[in-house]
Design a protein around this ligand. Structure first.
Ligand SMILES: Nc1ncnc2c1ncn2[C@@H]1O[C@H](COP(=O)(O)OS(=O)(=O)O)[C@@H](OP(=O)(O)O)[C@H]1O
Length: 405
């Protein structure tokens, strides 16, 4: 016992002791641990800049520093309806589009048989379920594994609901330099708090030179969307498929009717007061079609040259022509031409001779191109009269007459 104590206190004896070895090991581990901690802080510091501000997403990057100087503040839209109403939307449809708008909220078996025309669905991939943030899957901001890299979209189809947005995206993805998220991400209207890394993770992988795209038609009428997209990238290209607002409203109503057959008639929803003919602009089916008002919101952030308006009508009558314009706008080689389309008599719409990644002809599903209910012509005329001044304003703003009047 005495001997061992003596050994322990002798410096040379100590150097050879297991205690000393353990101390040395502990020291090395401490240094390593501090190093790892230091590196992590360095990496993590880059994450907030890639993610949206979760506290006040609508303010992210816009109210301070350079952001506040660069970003113009949104102006209020001048009175645009007969009543001054229109700020709040009586949203029978919940402004949802027909596509699988939020696959994350549906179990996969519910999607089966539905028109789950998403890339991931067709390929049997997993578009649903709780998405893990790439930060937690160890990726931080790098996503380059396998073939390509997940990137934030450089171009977004922001609207309009029932305009023909699915047709445009399906046609565009035939282009070898376009890759698109299948389902509607709804990031800039519903899931903004999830952050940009979450959004990026929804995107397909792209190779250098390929364009990443998505479509969510409700962005066009979401007040915060322009500022949020601007804060992601001020060079984002925006595409809006517009359609005669009267037909669009009826199409919107038809969609709701197909899901809830017990809703009141179009006429009774459209009028605030049937006798005076006052139109209820708080009904989302009506409000979405006041394009000039929504566009004004986008123009507070993006110049007109960064927004392309696609005619929903021409997308049906001359898909190759419209696709030519879109390819030019996106800086793509004109690869999609009239050779890619045929008119399907049964469907009554143009279809693809070969869908992307397939050798088979492809038409859009049965929720696209529904038969609309008959609406009293006098009611339709009243709606036409209502939209006319807004259409004129829209033609003036875009420098293009869409021929709806
Ligand atoms: N090629 C082709 N095939 C089928 N349908 C076509 C096509 N091109 C445009 N359309 C029109 O697209 C309308 C649906 O628009 P969206 O895809 O934007 O709807 S949604 O907002 O995503 O629900 C849909 O509206 P409805 O006819 O009222 O159903 C179609 O008229």
């Amino acid at each position: 016992m005495e001997y061992s104590l003596l050994r322990a206190h002798h410096p040379y004896a100590l150097s050879a002791s297991p205690v000393r070895r353990k101390l040395a090991l502990f020291g090395i581990m401490l240094v390593l641990w501090l190093y790892v901690l230091y590196s992590c802080v360095g990496s993590c510091a880059t994450v907030p800049s890639l993610r949206a501000d979760r506290r006040r997403p609508e303010d992210a990057g816009l109210r301070s520093g350079i952001g506040s100087r660069l970003v113009p503040q949104a102006r209020a839209w001048e009175d645009y309806d007969q009543t001054g109403v229109g700020v709040f939307s009586r949203d029978l449809n919940n402004v949802k589009s027909d596509d699988v708008t939020d696959v994350r909220t549906f179990p996969r078996n519910v999607l089966k048989g539905n028109e789950a025309e998403t890339e991931t669905e067709r390929r049997g991939g997993d578009a649903g379920g709780e998405r893990r943030s790439p930060v937690h899957s160890g990726g931080l901001s790098t996503f380059s594994n396998g073939s390509g890299t997940k990137r934030l979209p450089q171009a977004i189809i922001v609207g309009v609901k029932k305009g023909g947005t699915r047709a445009l995206l399906e046609f565009l993805r035939v282009h070898p330099d376009v890759r698109a998220a299948g389902a509607e991400p709804h990031f800039f209207d519903r899931f903004y708090d999830n952050g940009l890394e979450w959004y990026r993770d929804l995107m397909p992988k792209t190779l250098d030179g390929q364009i990443t795209m998505e479509k969510t038609p409700s962005y066009f009428v979401t007040r915060e969307a322009p500022a949020r997209i601007y804060s992601m990238s001020r060079s984002t290209k925006l595409i809006v498929v517009v359609r005669d607002p009267v037909t669009r409203a009826i199409s919107d109503y038809t969609q709701t009717l197909s899901k809830r057959p017990d809703i009141p008639s179009f006429e009774s929803l459209m009028f605030k007061n049937r006798t005076t003919g006052l139109i209820d602009t708080s009904w989302s089916a009506i409000q979405i079609g006041i394009y000039a008002k929504h566009l004004d919101n986008w123009l507070q952030f993006f110049p007109m040259r960064q927004i392309l308006f696609v005619s929903g009508e021409r997308l049906i009558s001359d898909p190759a022509g419209e696709l030519g314009r879109v390819q030019d706008f996106l800086g793509l080689k004109r690869i999609i031409t009239d050779k890619h389309f045929y008119f399907n008599q049964t469907k009554g719409f143009p279809c693809l001779k070969k869908a992307e990644g397939s050798s088979k002809p492809h038409c859009l599903g049965k929720t696209k191109g529904r038969t609309h209910p008959n609406i009293n012509p006098a009611v339709v005329q009243r709606l036409r009269d209502f939209y006319r001044p807004f259409n004129m304003k829209f033609y003036q703003m875009t420098g293009h007459n869409f021929g709806w009047d």
